[in-house]
Design a protein around this ligand. Structure first.
Ligand SMILES: Nc1nc2c(ncn2[C@@H]2O[C@H](COP(=O)(O)OP(=O)(O)OP(=O)(O)O)[C@@H](O)[C@H]2O)c(=O)[nH]1
Ligand SMILES: [Mg+2]
Length: 247
């Protein structure tokens, strides 16, 4: 692959948070292996099983036994999306970390475009956004719109789709990055802290496919309340951090 700026991404860790994904996992890994094989020279998949209660652990273990590039990190108790991502980031060993969900909300073959955006622009972070998110249903579309607006206003940050699970991050920016959220505020905290530290962030539009396998677990009122709690708790520190790094 030749590029006009930067250099082709050579090594990528794909980090995948999972809770009760036995019905999605096999298909996800088949798609991921093909896509990564096409677009990067050196890859691994880090599956984070957040104390699933179905057959996820067994299915993940079986695939890892067959394919040394697939690794499994297991939590003894359910921590939430933030807890899982932090474990996955710590376990990831490659130069770039791509985070995505197990229910394939975007075609992983599009990772080629995501990698290319980093190569062309020299970005440290590429964050995907949904061209059209109305497939989530009207209520969640409204929640997403309000949440994105809140994060944009509070942190003066023109990010289009905070919670979409397509984020490519240069590993050196993750090393030593303090991340506190254990729940779904992690996406906002992660992006804001990276921006505060001067990471160059590019955004790439993607087609969005609502879940077709397994059950939805992150759209509950409990998840939303946890996001708002973390937002209230962490916003002052995140805003102060921005001013500190700007000096
Ligand atoms: N670590 C962790 N991950 C979870 C938890 N619940 C869901 N996930 C994972 O987070 C990703 C997104 O979860 P989804 O249930 O698809 O949430 P969503 O994308 O907001 O909603 P739908 O796509 O409509 O189901 C998937 O890979 C899940 O397996 C959890 O309690 N802990
Ligand atoms: Mg989903």
């Amino acid at each position: 692959m030749s590029v006009t700026a930067g250099r082709p991404l050579r090594a990528v860790s794909l980090v995948v948070p999972m809770f009760n994904e036995e019905r999605s996992l096999t298909h996800f890994l088949d798609v991921a292996r093909d896509a990564l094989g096409r677009h990067v020279a050196d890859w691994e998949v880090v599956l984070v099983d957040d104390a699933s209660t179905d057959g996820t652990a067994a299915a993940a273990g079986a695939r890892a036994a067959d394919e040394p590039r697939i690794r499994v990190v297991r939590h003894e108790r359910n921590r939430g999306l933030g807890g899982a991502l932090k474990s996955g980031f710590s376990a990831a060993s490659k130069e770039w970390v791509l985070y995505s969900d197990c229910d394939l909300p975007w075609d992983l073959d599009e990772a080629g475009r995501v990698f290319r955006a980093a190569e062309l622009t020299g970005a440290d972070v590429v964050s995907g956004y949904r061209h059209d998110r109305t497939g989530e249903g009207p209520l969640r579309t409204i929640y997403s719109f309000l949440y994105n607006g809140l994060v944009q206003a509070l942190f003066r940050f023109p990010i289009r789709d905070v919670n979409f699970s397509c984020k490519l991050i240069r590993r050196s920016f993750l090393d030593g990055l303090p991340l506190e959220s254990e729940g779904s505020f992690i996406d906002a905290e992660l992006l804001v802290r990276l921006r505060n530290r001067g990471a160059l962030i590019q955004q790439v539009g993607l087609d969005y496919f609502p879940r077709t396998r397994g059950v939805s677990t992150l759209s509950s009122p409990r998840t939303i309340l946890r996001i708002l709690g973390d937002l209230a708790r962490l916003a002052p520190a995140l805003r102060a951090e921005r001013r500190r790094f700007a000096r």
